[in-house]
Design a protein around this ligand. Sequence first.
Ligand SMILES: [Zn+2]
Length: 487
Amino acid sequence: MENDKKRISGIVYVIASVIVVAAIVTAIVLWKNSGKPSPSSDETAVTVTSSPSKELTPTATATPTVTPTATPTATPTAEPTLTVTPTGTEEIIWDEAFWVTFVTDEDPEYRESVAKFPDVPLVIPNKISTRAWDSPYVFEGWYDVENPDVLYVPGSEYNENRDIELRERWKQVSEEERELVSITLSGNREDHVITDRYSVYEGEKFFLFLDKDLDIPGDFGDNIELIMETLENEIGFTFDVFGREERMYFGSSLFGGTDPWRAVDNGTKQAIYVIADRTDEHMISYASAGAAVFVMYELFSDELWNSVESYRENDWRRGDDVYYDTIAHELTHSLTNRYYEGITRIMTEGSAEYYAELAITALKDHSKDFQGRYSMVEALKNEWIDETITKDNAETFFADDYRDLSHANRGDEYTFGRVFCEFLGEKYGATFMKKYLEAAKERGLGSQYCSTNNNVEPEKHAALMKELFGDDVFVKFAEWLDGSYQK
Ligand SMILES: [Zn+2]
């Protein structure tokens, strides 16, 4: 029961958070490309390759007159150009674009402009200044130069149809607030580190950013390392599939909107946060390419647990084992997202369930925690798919992708997806996912999670499955399923 509840509320939240993260990434990509001479065709839908000078925008009307062919008068080298979608199917009416100009606070001469199209919200990106890790300043957001009381935080939307100049606002933080401690872990499950400050642990492939008031077993770091290695072996590529990625942005509800570990540069290593839910907000774990965030009751210190009534009086919520399957699930999201984000709900959640199961099974004899979670995962395997899958409707279910949230049985994308991935793994080997991701990326397929193409187009994914695994892949799936995992 507990598990069901956690999962259902979790699913809704994960979807919401993934969308926000994707939106942030979209804006960042737009931004990063704004200085590049020729963006690669698979990256962004619309890219401005240089900032047009202000002189090109008439002051009398709200509509900029910049056209792709116009030559700026003030900065002759900055000829605006426009890149349309990789498919070339969208025509952008350049005359209607507005300019959102971002200015650093350290160097007001340094500015980047992003085109905003009428009635299309622009997602506010992260800062562009880079400050030393021990800088006493923390980025708060962007303020409207003409109206400094208006602050836009990264991830929020700019919806107005007018040009705007936004400038970075940084806040100075105290020594105490910045205090971090680096910890070591013994490797033995019996040893524990209680975090009384924000703490950092560096692994081979990851950085662990630990909240205060956690109780971390000595083998936690080693076990994460093992999970990451196992996932890499099974999926067929590694966590360093790309370079540095933006880390998680915490919304205003967490840590006052700042990242207490911002002082630590994780470089290309995976960022893994373990967060304490101090007021029982039912926070749940989630992940993006740049980071994975875990809320694990079983890792809360006794002091934290006993200080919250709804925890203290419901000790069953704490669990006996460390939920390493949750860690494997979210890290699968990070690993596949690092390669390509444009995959369907079914393949996103199904692959995370499937590879987590493989990892837990591979590691089941490693410790009591893995053994406990393996038993749980095996028991959950018999969860039923709500509908009856037949060879006549299997493709329709896949192509529908449970996208209608109003009637879809929430959670079925996990179950259907896991079973479908199990079928693919059995028939085509566990690296089917690599094959699928490579082909989806090559074709620029979209999904709601994707920063470069967030068109929800699961039908194209269904067609791709047939192309990769045979025209009859869905028929074969239904035959393989043969009524199992169903009511
Ligand atoms: Zn998931």
